[in-house]
Design a protein around this ligand. Structure first.
Ligand code: MLT
Length: 266
């Protein structure tokens, strides 16, 4: 489906299932198809809604590309769908967007599922690394980026024993529009530090980390969960940064149990 938001931007999304709304927010440089296994596997627990953030998938590649704008787009999408509140599940950059939704649209956030994400803003070194990534995309294109990123996104187990998954992720990333890919890096470079936000979160929260995540180590994600009052933490063996994609059944089980416990649905 494509919805034109009040500001005029066209946003693509798809949904499945029924129950409490579960907004699935992809990371960089992904799109909504990253959540294919959740749209299938969580449909008995929730009304799953997977949008393409602006600049990714089939959504319009038009700025401003900021974490706040992504969050505002999702709140506007919820308005369009007449959904008053949703569980917000964010992967990595999608987690940064979830923190922004909590700050800007708190009443819309029924609960949080955070995976492969962190609260801290970029260090100067990380910003410089992002600038180099932007230049790499400008010089070599998105396909080259996708091949390079695939190796760091998935865990060692996926690289060794789930080759087709790695290839599928690479192809998914290779399809991303360059404007959105570069815009996403600029958005993350400028993002706010969410550390002080964590103590303010008073909705049910689940943090799921891949044990083999080399981008945001599981220990750091455990500390993230510890900083959010009452948050639960689950570590998935044999998964890297994109655990919903690498270990979908285990990921869905954790989310399904969480929704069941806090919402009593399903
Ligand atoms: C992502 O997976 O969304 C990105 O790797 C996050 C980041 O670069 O900070």
């Amino acid at each position: 489906m494509i919805t034109t938001l009040p500001g005029g931007t066209r946003l693509a999304w798809e949904e499945s299932g029924s129950g409490p709304a579960l907004l699935l927010v992809h990371g960089w440089p992904h799109d909504r198809t990253l959540w294919h296994a959740q749209l299938n596997g969580l449909a008995t627990h929730a009304r799953c809604i997977a949008p393409d953030l602006r600049g990714f998938g089939e959504s319009e590649a038009v700025g401003p590309f900021t974490i706040e704008q992504y969050a505002d787009d999702l709140a506007a999408l919820l308005d369009e769908l007449a959904i008053s509140e949703a569980f917000v599940c964010g992967l990595s950059m999608g987690g940064y967007v979830a923190f922004a939704m909590w700050r800007r649209h708190r009443a819309r956030v029924r609960g949080l599922v955070l995976t492969g994400t962190r609260a801290a803003a970029d260090t100067p070194e990380q910003r410089a690394g992002r600038q180099r990534l932007v230049e790499f995309v400008q010089r070599s294109g998105v396909s080259a980026l996708a091949a390079q990123q695939m190796e760091r996104m998935v865990g060692a187990t996926t690289l060794e024993s789930r080759e087709t998954l790695g290839v599928a992720l690479r192809d998914l990333m290779a399809a991303a529009p360059a404007e959105g890919v570069i815009g996403g890096q600029h958005a993350m470079m400028a993002r706010a530090d969410s550390t002080a936000t964590l103590a303010t979160i008073d909705v049910p929260t689940l943090v799921i980390a891949g044990a083999e995540d080399t981008i945001i180590p599981a220990d750091e994600q455990h500390a993230l969960a510890d900083a959010i009052p009452g948050a639960r933490f689950v570590e998935l063996a044999g998964a890297g940064h994109v655990s919903p994609f690498e270990r979908p059944s285990a990921f869905n089980l954790a989310v399904g149990e969480f929704l069941e416990a806090v919402h009593g649905h399903g």
